[in-house]
Design a binder for this molecule. Structure first.
Ligand SMILES: Cc1cc2nc3c(=O)[nH]c(=O)nc-3n(C[C@H](O)[C@H](O)[C@H](O)COP(=O)(O)OP(=O)(O)OC[C@H]3O[C@@H](n4cnc5c(N)ncnc54)[C@H](O)[C@@H]3O)c2cc1C
Length: 368
């Protein structure tokens, strides 16, 4: 990279931008990543719960993308540990989805069937079997389904590790000021404006999460990407904790490696508002205590909220219409942590060889 020119500029240093930077650097391309915050991973990628699920609940090829990404996690965790000495706390804890009535059971057993057809294992458990696995579960549950391949990761550590790994391989970071505009020559993007200064590159990746809609609009190709707020509650483990991620009643409970328990998350379309509310917190605590009554005795630690990048069409991955050197990688909504490894890999392949190893056609950004 010369003084103000990079091969590739990545806008946004969340988990997606950092995964792209890491994958490019591994392929010997040294990108410049720009984030408006003073460190990477301060937004949704910090706020997320870190659940990695083997999703088969929606139409292909989206679940295929999820499965491909989940499959990359074990080796990526090892690679990042070796290269950066950061343990991203990838734990294959499995998910135990509890049900309280026949209607909930039918929905979960349908989901289990779909996952089995995709080669995952699932186990439908009686209440007694579920209590054996998780003794703190309510005596009112009727049963549960175990999804053993589901896993979790400590997402803030993952972002730090990706950025550190990328930096070690030559990626550069410019932090503390936003990209406010683009420079164009003959309709082609040649640079970005940061703090009133021009930074040039041959190609650009827009990976600034739920703010990507604003930047794509500046390029006259507005993409429908916006914020979906999620609130989370963190408590200290009660005397007995959980071994699995537990979900039910519209919430999930994640036992973290540090002994704390995370309850999440709301899904709210309220604009760029990151406040936490009594109502949101209550919703998770009420459901959590119904699932595991002893949670009522745990010590309350903290609440927070983050803004998921929401699109109606799933993640948007590929060249912006009308541009041959601007790629969009955003809109991962509830699964950006899960999808970061495959997104980083496919976008790096697209930039370096023009041939991603999985077709990005279904995720092509389409103008609204
Ligand atoms: C409560 C909650 C729970 C979640 N749980 C899970 C989960 O369990 N599993 C899972 O897979 N996913 C989960 N998610 C979703 C996941 O966190 C997101 O999909 C993912 O973090 C999106 O990453 P990103 O890099 O696209 O966006 P962000 O992490 O939001 O990063 C965008 C970055 O762009 C920067 N930026 C913005 N504008 C500019 C600009 N103009 N110039 C420069 N920089 C800019 C920001 O500072 C930020 O660092 C959850 C999200 C929330 C909020």
């Amino acid at each position: 990279m010369s003084q103000n020119h990079a091969d590739i500029i990545i806008i946004g240093g969340g988990i997606i931008g950092c995964a792209v930077a890491y994958n490019l650097a591994k392929r010997n391309v040294k990108p410049l990543l720009i984030d408006r915050a003073s460190t990477v991973g301060t937004e949704a990628s910090w706020a997320g719960a870190g659940i990695l699920t083997s999703h088969a609940s929606t139409h292909e090829p989206y679940p295929e993308l999820c499965r491909a990404s989940l499959a990359l996690y074990p080796s990526l965790a090892e690679e990042l540990r070796t290269e950066t000495q950061i343990d991203i706390e990838f734990i294959q804890s499995g998910t135990l989805s509890v049900f309280f009535n026949a209607a909930e059971a039918a929905g979960l057993i349908g989901l289990a069937d779909r996952r089995v057809k995709k080669g995952f294992s699932t186990e439908v458990l009686t209440a007694e079997q579920a209590w054996e696995l998780e003794p703190t579960l309510s005596r009112s549950i009727v049963g549960a389904v175990l999804f053993p391949e589901d896993a979790q990761v400590r997402n803030p550590k993952m972002v730090t590790a990706l950025a550190k790994g990328a930096a070690k391989l030559g990626a550069k970071f410019q932090l503390g000021n936003p990209v406010t505009g683009f420079l164009r020559e003959n309709g082609r993007v040649t640079g970005v404006v940061v703090n009133g200064e021009a930074l040039y590159a041959d190609a650009f990746v827009i990976a600034n999460g739920c703010w990507a809609g604003e930047l794509t609009a500046q390029l006259d190709t507005p993409m429908e990407i916006g914020p979906a707020k999620g609130q989370i509650v963190l408590v200290e483990a009660m005397p007995l904790t959980f071994q699995h991620i537990v979900d039910g009643l519209g919430i999930y409970i994640v036992p973290r490696a540090d002994g704390r328990i995370l309850l999440g998350a709301t899904v709210e379309f309220v604009g760029y508002d990151k406040s936490t509310t009594v109502d949101g917190t209550k919703q998770m605590i009420d459901a959590g205590v119904t699932i595991a009554p002893q949670l009522a005795h745990s010590t309350f630690v903290q609440t927070w909220a983050g803004l998921r990048p929401y699109t109606r069409k799933g993640p948007l991955l590929g060249y912006l219409p009308g541009y041959d050197n601007v790629i969009l990688a955003s809109g991962h909504f509830k699964n950006g942590i899960l999808l970061a490894p495959i997104t980083g890999q496919l976008i790096a392949e697209l930039l370096t060889t023009g041939q991603p190893s999985m077709s990005l056609e279904p995720f092509q950004p389409v103008e609204v």
